[in-house]
Design a protein around this ligand. Structure first.
Ligand code: UDP
Length: 255
């Protein structure tokens, strides 16, 4: 399907999303499926299908994908490798995931571009803000790879920065759990899921949804963060329409 066809399908169905342009951050771990490492192709295809459903409704989509399924800088640094080198390896892992997701999306007719914060011309486009904006306007899904292109950061921070730069109305964080809980629901079955939290709640209670610098950046720019389970099929579209299980992190509600 070309981007033009995607957009014509869209207009009729547009009211289904509350948002016009969003960024979806998917952690690398999600792509592992039930495997201990790497990319599970069935999971990759399922995530791509959910993204395609949203793109077909005319929502302009930015994607940021982590690298934790392949490589995390901190874990090798913990074993004695120089932190900056380990982080660069982590960033390269995100490029691999971005290419995998691009391939899965294009296979089902979604027009995409990968832009990397570390230029690698033979593989993908370099990150150029105005070019990325143009792709979005053309109905292409833009996948941002290599985080910020700087060590000592994470792809969460990269996602927050790109969401602000691209003028996204919300940052969707697709995780393995359907929102933010008072304790890890895997180990605490009675843990409470929050419907809504303020940026300050997350920071002051150290809820570890995303790192503190990403939360601060979203707070400074007034961009809400929506946490939901990307493992549940169809949840992305449902949550974009305001339904399904999720937690919204936004400004303090005045009493
Ligand atoms: N990374 C980095 N700078 C960035 C983005 C990522 O150094 O701007 C490195 C860091 O080592 C990180 C790894 O890339 O551990 C993979 O990203 P992340 O851990 O955020 O992936 P996720 O947890 O989302 O799968």
């Amino acid at each position: 399907m070309t981007s033009l066809q995607t957009r014509s399908v869209d207009e009729a169905q547009r009211p289904k999303s509350l948002y016009r342009r969003v960024l979806l951050k998917v952690s690398g771990e999600v792509l592992m499926g039930e495997q201990p490492f790497g990319i599970d192709l069935a999971t990759l295809d399922a995530v791509a299908a959910d993204i395609a459903d949203v793109a077909a409704r005319g929502v302009e989509l930015c994607l940021v994908i982590g690298g934790g399924n392949i490589f995390r800088g901190l874990s090798l640094a913990g074993k004695g490798m120089e932190r900056a080198s380990a982080d660069y390896m982590g960033m390269l892992a995100t490029v691999m995931n971005a290419l995998a997701l691009q391939s899965a999306l294009e296979k089902i007719g979604v027009d995409t571009r990968v832009q990397s914060a570390i230029p690698m011309d033979a593989v993908c486009e370099p990150y150029i803000r105005r070019r990325a904006l143009r792709h979005l306007e053309q109905g292409r899904v833009v996948i941002f790879a290599a985080g910020l292109g700087a060590p000592f950061f994470t792809t969460d921070t990269g996602a927050a920065l790109r969401a602000a730069e691209m003028g996204c109305e919300a940052l969707f964080k697709g995780t393995s759990v359907d929102g933010v809980y008072s304790a890890d629901p895997k180990f605490h079955p009675n843990a409470e899921r929050y419907e809504r939290l303020s940026y300050m709640d997350v920071l002051s209670r150290d809820l570890r949804v995303m790192d503190a610098s990403s939360i601060s950046l979203m707070r400074d720019n007034g961009i809400p963060i929506v946490v939901f389970s990307i493992r549940k099929r169809g949840a992305f579209l449902e949550v974009l329409g305001g339904g399904g299980l999720h937690t919204v992190i936004g400004p303090e509600i005045a009493n």
